[in-house]
Design a protein around this ligand. Sequence first.
Ligand code: HEM
Length: 450
Amino acid sequence: MPTKPCFDGVRVYLFAYIWAFTGLENVSIVTHIYIYICTGKIYMFSTGTHQHLVVHEAELIKELKLHKSLDLGTPSYLSKAVEPMLGNGIIKANGQHWSFQKKLIAPEFFLHKVKGIAGLMEECTMAMISTWERRLGESSRLGGAAAAAEFMVDQDLRGLSADIISRYCFGSSFSQGKNIFAKLANLQEALSHQSLVFGLPNFRCKSIIVYKLIDKTDPEKHYNADFFPRRAIERYGDSELHQDKRKIERFIVDSCKNIYFAGYETTALSASWTLMLLALHPQWQQRVQAEIIETGSLDNLDKLNQLKTLSMVIQESLRLYAPPVMLVREAFEDIKLGDFQLPKGVHVWSFIPELHRDPDNWGPDVGEFKPERFAGGISEACKYPQAYVPFGYGTRMCIGQTFAMLELKIVLSLLLSRFSFSMSPNYRHSPVYKMFVMPQYGMRLIVKGV
Ligand code: HEM
């Protein structure tokens, strides 16, 4: 059992590098020649025909954040690898096709829209809480002791997150949506197991089968007024699009795949890592619980915004255990970024754990869980706030950030108002990178009613 959060950074980088290498058009790893040039915090390496820049230089991250043109986007080799899973949706699209999708989808996740689903998030969380209370009741009847038991918390949080996102996306058809999302979960599982070998034929067959299963789903069946891609299309008053049924169908299927992939596991994992950190640091857990009691009934968003300690804890958890690991861009044209010149075809990589654990930026206590560093907001937490990127940067930044933060606050405040968490002796600390950073052996925590 760990006494303080530690992170197997080496393993993450190894995975990340291997993933990058094997994503490159089936060229065997051994035939590659890797050239490393290291200048300050910029590393260069080349793999076959590709040139890569690994960037941890705060100034360059700042320039990347400010860069708005469509000439910087998702690399084509990554796009190919994830096509079975994401179609040509917003995550892998580039250029005009990306900006068209962003125009349609992003407003569905603006604050005023997201505010409207706080009740739904609460309802789904309360349903999970009832199940936990029943399970605790069972175990106390069996064991006769106080109501406490070991739960595989990440599993239940995944279920909760899937429930919330499928209700939000599919509205009244959410049970059909759940079915589609279950198939997507299978596909993601297949992709993550095979992430070292994107080129292997058996993987391709498996993914194509699942892909077809998803595509067989007739989008018209889910075309209710409260279905999220339909809301987006209705809002978009372009008659050309309205006449192009195939384009609409493609947009509907791809949007569901993309929103599910981007929004379901990321949020569940963030909540799981936060609960682990609070279990390891009972003094912070008690501070958050005291704040929740002091704030009283959390019946409106202003009350949630008053939970400053909880916000700091979430920000620190996203610093230490941000679920995504890499931010990658390809320059489609020669690009000038401040004093830097980025030649066409170069891939720019930033590893989130490296940026979030740089002692030059965060101080010598960078490896410790210290939510108080966020007391003055992100701008005062470190020297170069632009290097805090749990939700990415620039035009491709996460569109679900508001949704995710609201969900995290609601889920965590409701759970912490009813339960306390401690480490289970069966927990094995082994964060692994399988598309996202996840606990390899599950997040086993002892849950106790308060
Ligand atoms: C704690 C939870 C989450 C984290 C840490 C997270 C993080 C990220 C990151 C790092 C990116 C890539 C940004 C870049 O390359 O610069 C991203 C993109 C994206 N996220 Fe999230 N995300 C979360 C939750 C969500 C949710 C709940 C949704 C939707 C409901 C969502 C939708 C998206 C979409 C659609 C993109 C692609 C944006 C684009 O390429 O234009 N995310 N997210």
